[in-house]
Design a protein around this ligand. Structure first.
Ligand code: HPA
Ligand code: ZN
Length: 339
C-alpha cells in the first residue's frame, strides 16, 4: 500500500505555505535575520506542538512566521515544500499565502509574493509541478483591514489565481467578509473559504450563500446538517479535507472517527490535503497513509479522492484530462477497478 500511495499522482488544494515551515528552517532563518524565538532549540519547539484547538496552533504559527523577512526566505520556504512534493509525486499544488501576517510586520506584499512565486516557477521548470496561488484574508482581522490588503494586492492581481479566508473561525463568521468577497469576485477570480472546521454547519451555508465559494476548506462539520450533505452531494461543491490537521486540532478525537470516507461514499467531492504539514505531523502521503491505517481506506477510495482533487482543481480541461488518465493508469497498473 505504501508503494501504491507513493506512486499515485496526487494534488494538494489546501496548503498554507507558512505552515510548511519546519523547525530546522525556522531556526536557520531566525538566525539569518536576527529574529529571536521563544524556544532555545528545535527539540523544545517540537515539544510545543501539542495543540488543543485551532487558536493554540495559530498562536504558534504566527510566531513562527516572524522569521520570514526577505524574498529569499519566502523562496527557501516554498522551495523546501516543493522539493518534498516532487519526491512524493505531488504533481499539482494550489497554495495559500497570508499576506497580512507579513505586511503587518512591515514586509512588502511584493517581497512575499515574489519569493513564493519564484520557487513555484522554478519547481514547474525543474519538477513539472503545476500550481496556482491563493491569497488568503485573516478573518480575525477587520473587514476594513481585508479591503486595505486587497488594495495593496491590486497591482499584483494578475499573479494571483483566487482568494481565501482563514485563521480563527469561531466568532468570525464568513458573512463578515461578504462585501470583500463580492469585490474579489468582481475581479473575476474564484473564491474559497475555511468553514466548518471548528465552526458550525451554518458557517458552511454562509460561505455558499454569502461568499459564493468555489470550494470549502475543511467543511467536515457539514455532517451535522443532512440537508447540507445532500446539497454538497448534488452540486459536487468540493471540500478540501485535512485529516491529520483535524486530529491534531481536536476536530475529531481520533483518526478512526474521521468522516472523510463517509462523505466520499455519500457522493461528496471530498479531497485530501495537508493544511500545515510542518505542524501537524505529516505531508500529503502521510495523510493518505493515516486514512488507510485508521479507516481501512481502499486503493479504489484513494484513487477516487485524487480524481476528486482533479475535478476540484483550477487546472485547464486539457490538464484535467491528462491527470485523470495518469491516475487511472496507476490504478489499472495495480489492478484497481474504477467505475
Ligand atoms: N484553519 C484556519 N486557519 C489556518 C489554518 C487552519 O487549519 N491553517 C493556517 N491558517
Ligand atoms: Zn487551512
Amino acid at each position: 500500500m505504501e508503494h501504491f500511495i507513493a506512486g499515485l499522482p496526487k494534488l494538494e488544494l489546501h496548503l498554507h505555505i507558512e505552515g510548511t515551515l519546519e523547525p530546522e528552517l525556522m531556526f536557520a532563518l531566525g538566525q539569518r535575520n536576527g529574529v529571536t524565538l521563544p524556544w532555545p532549540d528545535v527539540a523544545s519547539l517540537r515539544a510545543a506542538y501539542e495543540f488543543d484547538c485551532l487558536q493554540s496552533f495559530l498562536d504558534l504559527y504566527y510566531l513562527g512566521a516572524s522569521v520570514l523577512v526577505t524574498e529569499q526566505d519566502f523562496f527557501d520556504l516554498t522551495w523546501a515544500y516543493l522539493e518534498r512534493c516532487a519526491a512524493d509525486k505531488v504533481v499539482h499544488v494550489e497554495i495559500f499565502f497570508d499576506p497580512q501576517t507579513h505586511t503587518a510586520r512591515g514586509i512588502a506584499f511584493e517581497t512575499v509574493l515574489g519569493g513564493i512565486e519564484r520557487a513555484l516557477q522554478e519547481a514547474e521548470r525543474v519538477f513539472g509541478i503545476s500550481w496556482r496561488l491563493i491569497m488568503s484574508f485573516l478573518r480575525h482581522l477587520s473587514e476594513e483591514a481585508a479591503f486595505a490588503t486587497l488594495a495593496e494586492a491590486s497591482p499584483f492581481i494578475s499573479r494571483i489565481h483566487g482568494f481565501g479566508l482563514d485563521s480563527s473561525e469561531l466568532g468570525n463568521p464568513p458573512g463578515k467578509f461578504a462585501r470583500v468577497f463580492a469585490r474579489c469576485r468582481e475581479l473575476g477570480l474564484p473564491v474559497v473559504a475555511h468553514a466548518g472546521e471548528e465552526g458550525p454547519a451554518a458557517y458552511i451555508w454562509q460561505t455558499i450563500r454569502e461568499l459564493e465559494v468555489k470550494r470549502i476548506d475543511h467543511g467536515v462539520r457539514c455532517s451535522e446538517d443532512p440537508e447540507l450533505v445532500s446539497y454538497l452531494a448534488d452540486t459536487r461543491l468540493p471540500l478540501t479535507v485535512c485529516p491529520l490537521s483535524n486530529v491534531r486540532l481536536k476536530v475529531f478525537d481520533e483518526m478512526a472517527h474521521h468522516n472523510v470516507l463517509t462523505l466520499l461514499e455519500q457522493g461528496l467531492c471530498v479531497t485530501v490535503n495537508s493544511d500545515d504539514p510542518a505542524y501537524f505531523g505529516g505531508y500529503l502521503t502521510a495523510n493518505f497513509q493515516a486514512l488507510v491505517q485508521a479507516l481501512g481506506a481502499s486503493r479504489e477510495q484513494l484513487c477516487r479522492l485524487c480524481l476528486n482533487a482533479v475535478e476540484a482543481s483550477w487546472l485547464s480541461l486539457t490538464d484535467k484530462v491528462r491527470l485523470t488518465r495518469d491516475i487511472r493508469q496507476h490504478a489499472a497498473l495495480h489492478g484497481v477497478i474504477l467505475h
